[in-house]
Design a protein around this ligand. Sequence first.
Ligand code: CP
Length: 308
Amino acid sequence: MKKVRNLINITDLTVEEINQLIEVADDIVANHAEYENICAHKKLATLFFEPSTRTRLSFEAAMLELGGSVLGFSEAKSSSAAKGESVSDTVRTVGCYADIIAMRHPKEGAPIVAAQRTTVPIINGGDGGHFHPTQTLTDLLTIKRKKGRLDNMTIGLCGDLKFGRTVHSLIEAMLRYEGIKFVLISPQELQVPDYVKEKMDAAGAEWTEVETLEEAIPQLDILYMTRVQRERFFNEEDYVRLKDSYILNLEKLETAKEDLTIMHPLPRVNEISVEVDDDPRACYFFQALCGKHIRMALILFLLGIKRA
Ligand code: CP
């Protein structure tokens, strides 16, 4: 089988490659016309076995803005998965129709299986509660654009840190930069899994766990809010009890730094009041825009296409 690069976990990319992607994403904004036709005759397939707004549509917008085409499905029931087809067979088939595949699947590890069954690059758009590397690239680009750096800062991660795959991927990515401190804000039941704590310890990272937003906020440079992941709970009762554990509002922000960057991978449910949206520190819709730019850069990277 032909050797191609895939993106399953953020650590599939070196820090140098991530920096390169960020540079290309910025160049795409600065020199948009140079990229308008760069993927002519290339096709991206988006295979989404789980719901998505940002990941799927930003991938599709990214490919269209690069002059390529898109095909795919947005729910398992409109594909032959509904008739019992395996992920392997679906991906092997779609590899005959498309040059690159972005997929989301509820099962952890599904993109690894997919990558073994096709000759085209596979991009993990989220696998269960495991990883979401393109969200992490989005987050890194947002932080770089807002802070001008990716090192030496205190990051608060708040909400469902157990099931939140964006949190696991972001921690793993930030562990590779100097001077990062993590403040993990969650109820006990939703703390980050032990394997993530082990990775932080192995990297010598400074981290603390707290249960209230109030005690964390004053020290933060970045506040990364997350939704409680209803779809990963085993019972509704636990979800209902925990879903409103944290609600960020303007009152809670009174003790925050003036240059705090408030992020959220979205979708949001209740965890950020809409009154915060107009605060200049709120960056979550800007973050969604960054998602399109970095996915444009990623498509070019995985297809081996460079601006002339
Ligand atoms: N951030 C994110 O993954 O959003 P979607 O679920 O809408 O793709």
